[in-house]
Design a protein around this ligand. Structure first.
Ligand SMILES: *Cc1c(COP(=O)(O)O)cnc(C)c1O
Length: 368
């Protein structure tokens, strides 16, 4: 076949299966309420919306260094703006963290039930993804450390975890870091950290402030309600930030995105409301699921804005997903992640969650 005359994709690129986003349509094409992508059911802070609406100067490139946004983030979290880099969503920055430190022959380690983007990141750079087993749907520090070898370059930890909602407390994160060689990068992906109760902190910022091998990522896509604008950020040692700055596009965060994020940071009341709403709606949904325990339904304890519901009795996750779609909602079935018996359901409004709970109750009780 020496005479094939077309561009030949690199095998490691061909091996990539594209990221599967949350659905918003039923199989017969009806629009569904999207509880499949962990978006904020309260929407966006009015201050951020106002900032988005203010006309800027679209003919000019954005501030390439997102200077004002980095300062606002630093102020909000007590960090050094020189140790912050902004990205087109934190997903982009996670990719650069892997690209900067892993390549052909290297390994990138993560837990079995963690962010579905993680297995794609090593593939993009020709590295190998390695999965460690979980314990009770949470990252297991022993299992992760067991998989660390001479080829390990990066460890990815989402905390709270997506799709299970499990949270690894500070002591466990410290133990994981302490067990890693100093030349292995630990990335603590805190996409859902805003949903943790007041005062609960996995210590990621403290580790990233102290050690050269810890990077923490955050996003404006979840509690801040700005997923459409694609804004995330990372903090860590100057060399880590330098690596990400080398790889990112020079104008990667738009002017409107920078402005909206600054306004969103200034409206902590909105974040608090989002959090309080989430805690209440999640608790009542979980008790509705608990009440169906005799039908084999079980909610994995969640610290995030979604609940992983396990179907371990006569009702399958698939039939539940169809019934929920009939009722008008898209939720996430994750057989590709080894969770054919589970649905990840984003916490929507109280009314939406009550309707989904009713749908599941009727399905369990065999009626309509
Ligand atoms: C949603 C999510 C992100 C954030 O993605 P963005 O690119 O910032 O929108 C990062 N990590 C995890 C685990 C997530 O679930």
């Amino acid at each position: 076949m020496a005479d094939i005359k077309r561009p030949q994709m690199k095998p490691h690129v061909e091996a990539i299966h594209a990221y599967v986003p949350g659905k918003s349509k039923s199989s017969d094409g009806r629009a569904l309420v999207k509880l499949s992508a962990n978006e904020n059911p309260l929407g966006t802070s009015p201050l951020a919306l106002d900032a988005l609406g203010r006309t800027g100067k679209p003919s000019d490139y954005p501030d390439p260094d997102a200077t004002a946004l980095r300062e606002a983030i630093a102020n909000a979290h007590g960090l050094d703006p020189a140790r912050i880099v902004c990205g087109t969503g934190s997903g982009e920055l996670l990719g650069y963290a892997v690209q900067a430190f892993a390549g052909v022959g290297d390994e990138v380690l993560f837990s079995r039930f963690s962010f579905s983007l993680y297995p794609l990141l090593p593939l993009k750079v020709g590295a190998k993804g390695v999965m460690a087993d979980n314990r009770d749907f949470a990252a297991d520090v022993e299992a992760l450390l067991d998989k660390v070898g001479p080829a390990t370059r990066v460890v990815l930890l989402d905390n709270p975890n997506n799709p299970t909602g499990a949270y690894l407390p500070r002591g466990e994160v410290v133990r994981l870091h302490a067990g890693l060689p100093a030349d292995v990068l630990l990335v603590v992906d805190q996409a859902y950290a805003e949903y943790l109760p007041d005062g609960v902190d996995d210590g990621g910022f403290a580790l990233a402030g102290k050690y050269d091998n810890v990077l923490v990522t955050r996003t404006f896509s979840k509690a801040y309600g700005l997923a459409a604008e694609r804004i995330g950020w990372a903090t860590g040692a100057p060399d880590l930030i330098g690596a990400l700055n080398r790889l990112r596009g020079p104008f990667n965060v738009t002017t409107s995105g920078q402005r909206a994020a600054i306004a969103a940071l200034a409206d902590q009341g909105f974040v608090r409301d989002s959090c309080e709403h989430n805690a209440l709606a999640r608790a009542s949904f979980v008790s509705a699921i608990d009440a169906l325990g005799n039908h084999g339904l079980r909610a994995v304890p969640s610290e995030a804005n979604f609940v992983l519901v396990l179907f371990e009795g006569g009702v399958s996750a698939e039939s539940a997903m169809h019934a929920i779609a009939e009722a008008g909602y898209a939720v996430r079935h994750l057989p590709g992640q080894g969770l054919p018996h589970a649905l990840r359901i984003t916490v929507g409004t109280a009314g939406q969650m009550a309707e989904i709970a009713d749908t599941l109750r009727r399905l369990c009780e065999g009626g309509k």
